[in-house]
Design a protein around this ligand. Structure first.
Ligand code: PMP
Length: 437
């Protein structure tokens, strides 16, 4: 069975006629009535600083996004006027902080399309979410001979936690191979699934190729074998409409900092019917019902999985980020980013020796590239002198790069506040690098 990558159902809410054409005549950002990056840029103070004497061009959004002032003010405002611990203490500020925290949980549930806030566990980010599932679900559910399927495209944070728990439980982590062009080999995936498969761990969008695998179809197939599916949404949340219910994901993880929110806060969605399969993974305050040396009883999920004081200010920031992000027409944002990426792809094609990794298939705003004879770290340093921030290295996805015979590559990644002029500056600087000795 072969599933085309363009078959992802969440391409839906983007009417074809809302996509601006690319090209110099009407470069992205110029279409009347469509989303304009300036409407976002004006809110993001850091984008107005200079780096090495040049206006900053932030093209490292897949690593982390810049924060709108609404988020910065929410965090500062929380500490300035509302700081209190939550879920305990019978005073006004404890109640206010608890209400804020729980409003954040409800907003995340809403954003992800979850039926109930009780399905949302606050974590530090995607990495902690995957580790939580590996420990809290995996320790009790995995055993000798069980398989965990992980596409070779995955981020290290969706590989290593499985390796750790597999070692403890004597389960196996089985890589799902890639086709030559970098897409997941769907025939191989179908062939690897079996009654031994307990879990499939799958990114909704690749941080290296930007590709968007057919997650819903892959999830449905895994479910036929009774396997659970964890979807790593780290790269997807800022670029694709997410609906965990339509995806039918058992677990869905994301990091706030890739979605215009602060670092140190993220969320794990757990499907209601699966919550009961999770055991406590850290013990402490907040997660108990009663404690005695004879017998300790536990609070229901999601609190069961949130031992200790959470990142309350982070939740305030995440809530502000969700409010800010969803104040835009997200279908128009997605169309704009798609057009900007297509524009960048075309313009970067003019740089001699530059090759973009991955297939022509639909992708989010991520372009990973090499330049013949140039070390990716040198490309990044050259651009940095012009105030342009891109990433160089293994992108925490060494197996994915190894597929291309590479140890490192350069990556430009875009967000809703990037402009065609910034793409032009990137390409001009790359052309100058090519002409340099
Ligand atoms: N998965 C993917 C696809 C990512 O791109 C990243 C971050 N680069 C992560 C997981 C890990 O996210 P974090 O470091 O915020 O936990």
């Amino acid at each position: 069975m072969t599933i085309p990558e363009t078959a992802d159902p969440r391409a839906h809410s983007r009417p074809a006629d809302s996509r601006p054409e690319t090209g110099p005549a009407d470069a992205p950002g110029r279409t009347p009535d469509a989303f304009t990056p300036e409407s976002a840029r004006k809110d993001v103070p850091i984008l107005h600083r200079t780096v090495n004497g040049h206006p900053l061009v932030w093209l490292d959004n897949a690593a982390t996004t810049q924060k709108p002032r609404q988020v910065i003010e929410a965090v500062a405002g929380y500490y300035g006027t509302a700081n209190s611990n939550i879920h305990r203490g019978a005073h006004t500020m404890a109640r206010e902080a608890t209400d804020l925290y729980e409003a954040g949980r409800a907003a995340v549930a809403d954003f992800l399309g979850a039926a109930s806030p009780d399905s949302i566990v606050f974590v530090r980010g995607t990495t902690e979410a995957v580790n939580l599932v590996a420990q809290s679900w995996g320790r009790g559910r995995l055993g000798p001979g069980d398989d965990i399927l992980v596409p070779a495209l995955e981020h290290h944070s969706n590989i290593v936690p499985w390796q750790l728990i597999a070692k403890e439980t004597r389960a196996r982590v089985v890589p799902v191979p890639l086709l030559a062009d970098g897409r997941i080999d769907q025939d191989a995936y179908a062939g690897l699934l079996s009654s031994r498969t307990r879990l499939v761990a799958l990114g909704q969008a690749s941080n290296v190729l930007g590709t968007v695998p057919p997650v819903r179809e892959m999830t449905a197939l895994a479910h036929r074998y009774g396997a659970r599916v964890l979807v790593d949404g780290a790269q997807a949340v800022a670029h694709l409409p997410v609906d965990v219910t339509a995806l039918d994901a058992d677990f869905y993880a994301f990091s706030g900092h890739k979605l215009y929110a602060p670092t140190g806060i993220g969320a794990l969605y757990v499907k209601p019917g699966v919550l009961g399969e999770l055991r406590p993974w850290q013990g402490g305050g907040n997660m108990i019902d009663s404690v005695s040396f004879e017998r300790t009883t536990f609070a229901p999920a999601p609190h069961l999985l949130e031992a200790g004081t959470g990142h309350i200010a982070g939740v305030a920031g995440l809530l502000a980020a969700l409010n800010w992000f969803t104040s835009f027409d997200l279908a128009a944002v997605a169309a704009y980013e798609e057009a900007l990426t297509a524009y960048a792809r075309k313009a970067m094609g003019n740089v001699p020796g530059l090759e973009i990794l991955g297939p022509e298939a639909r992708r989010i705003a991520v372009l990973t590239f090499t330049m013949a004879g140039r070390d990716p770290a040198d490309i990044a340093s050259w651009l940095d002198r012009d105030g342009i921030a891109i990433r160089a290295g293994h992108h925490c996805a060494q197996p994915a790069l190894a597929h291309y015979g590479l140890a490192a590559a350069a990556r430009a990644s875009f967000a809703l506040y990037n402009t065609p002029e910034e793409v032009d500056r990137l390409v001009t600087s790359l052309l100058e690098l090519d002409r340099s000795a």
